[in-house]
Design a protein around this ligand. Structure first.
Ligand SMILES: Cc1cc2nc3c(=O)[nH]c(=O)nc-3n(C[C@H](O)[C@H](O)[C@H](O)COP(=O)(O)OP(=O)(O)OC[C@H]3O[C@@H](n4cnc5c(N)ncnc54)[C@H](O)[C@@H]3O)c2cc1C
Length: 388
């Protein structure tokens, strides 16, 4: 980053998933278990009734899982059409002709702030060659550049990034998207019998465009919560809210997102973001893999975060003062609240985490306890060991 030394880690971002293969397997399993699939069935209306949810006036069930992605009409209605606080723009390609390499870049930056954006790059080997992405964190200001303009920047800078000319590359496909992020996440539905899952729930961190990975990480928790809610008939709004409850380790990442983005009218030194990231990553590297790896795998923990902040402050005592004009006092105070909650969740999980027997009670009591325990566990990043 901006002249800082490279930092190497093993076994992070080392897994590729074929969407076609995954969907085929899921479909076969779902059908073999007696599931009914209606491909091409567009959800146009949902009516919550006393004893169920009616979709398009013809399909009725006890619980509706909204997996319609970031632009789910149900999630948009639940958020009252609110503008997202942050957006991650991503453009990239997959192609052949790059220098042979079995390694990838998790996050790489070599330019200062341009167009009120800090550009980050990611690259990794793929089935059809090499995937390279340019991504940036912005607000939802309507004057922000379009994805087409960002593609222009991608092709302008790709040769410098990968040491190639555009003529060297046989592009196989273009990949792009934008990910709206809401500070009020995960999304708690205001209705009975509806639960958001996947991108529509906003469960992924505003720092990563790894919504699929976030969903996988929470899969055990969600499956347990959903099965428990159905078994105990806990399907009203208040009970379902326990499944998608507050996660302090998600909320603390909002400040990081703010330190990695620039407001439209804001003036900050062009190398500030590169400088800050170089300092923070150097501090984390000094603390070893136990601090660095969870963070790179999108899991924030109280102990690791506290040590990182301490080490970064020792390296650069003025670090907080330097970022203050960029993020604002309000955001810093809000962050402090989430940071303290993160500590509280870690403590609650340490104290009550073994009291699993309380969750074995039948009915609502057991369901509520299991939801609380998993909120403390996942909300403090204590699920990390479960996934490797
Ligand atoms: C360029 C790019 C790169 C990415 N890289 C990664 C990565 O490296 N790692 C990672 O973990 N994640 C990555 N993601 C994110 C990942 O793709 C998403 O998090 C994931 O697909 C979310 O799954 P989902 O099922 O919640 O939503 P989606 O995949 O968006 O699926 C929602 C589905 O709902 C359907 N739908 C919408 N409205 C209706 C309606 N009214 N009726 C019926 N159906 C409807 C849509 O057609 C769609 O099929 C990337 C995304 C992009 C765009």
């Amino acid at each position: 980053m901006g002249g800082a030394s490279d930092l190497y880690v093993k076994d992070v971002l080392n897994l590729g998933v074929s969407p076609e293969g995954l969907l085929d397997r899921l479909k076969a399993k779902f059908l073999s278990q007696g599931g009914v699939l209606r491909e091409g069935f567009a959800i146009e209306s949902v009516v919550v009734q006393r004893d169920g949810v009616l979709v398009n006036g013809e399909v009725k069930g006890r619980l509706l899982l909204d997996g319609m992605g970031h632009f789910s009409p149900i999630a948009q209605q639940a958020r009252g059409g609110q503008k997202p606080e942050g957006v991650c723009l991503v453009v990239g390609t997959c192609g052949e002709g790059f220098p042979e390499s079995n390694s990838g870049d998790l996050i790489y930056s070599f330019t200062p702030i341009v167009n009120q954006c800090q550009y980050f790059w990611e690259a990794f080997p793929a089935k059809d060659g090499r995937t390279t992405y340019l991504f940036t964190y912005v607000d939802a200001d309507s004057d922000r550049m379009s994805l087409t303009e960002l593609f222009g920047e991608y092709f302008r800078l790709l040769p410098e990034y990968q040491g190639v000319t555009l003529e060297d590359i046989q592009f196989k496909r273009a990949l792009y998207g934008f990910f709206p992020c809401y500070e009020d996440s995960p999304l708690v539905m205001p209705w009975d019998r509806i639960l958001a899952i996947g991108d529509s729930s906003g469960l992924q961190s505003p720092l990563s465009f790894g919504g699929f990975g976030a969903m996988l990480r929470h899969l055990d928790r969600l499956v347990e919560g959903i099965c428990g809610a159905l078994a105990a008939d806990c399907l009203d709004q208040r009970d379902l809210a326990l499944i998608q409850s507050y996660q302090p380790n998600l909320s603390v990442t909002w400040l990081f997102q703010k330190t990695m983005s620039v407001g439209m009218g804001q003036k900050i030194p062009p190398d500030q973001i590169n400088w800050l990231l170089a300092e923070v990553f150097a501090a984390m590297a000094g603390l070893g893999d136990r601090v660095l790896r969870p963070f790179l795998q999108d899991v924030v923990q109280f102990g690791a975060l506290s040590k990182t902040l301490g080490a970064a402050t020792v390296r650069q005592p003025t670090i907080a003062i330097r970022i203050l004009p960029q993020v604002g006092v309000g955001a810093l105070v809000e962050w402090l609240g989430h940071f303290l909650s993160l500590g509280m969740y870690s403590l609650l999980y340490a104290v009550f985490g073994r009291m699993l027997w309380l969750g074995e009670r039948a009915g609502r009591g057991g369901f509520v306890w299991r939801c609380r325990l998993s909120a403390w566990k996942y909300g403090s990043g204590n699920d990390y060991g479960d996934h490797g």
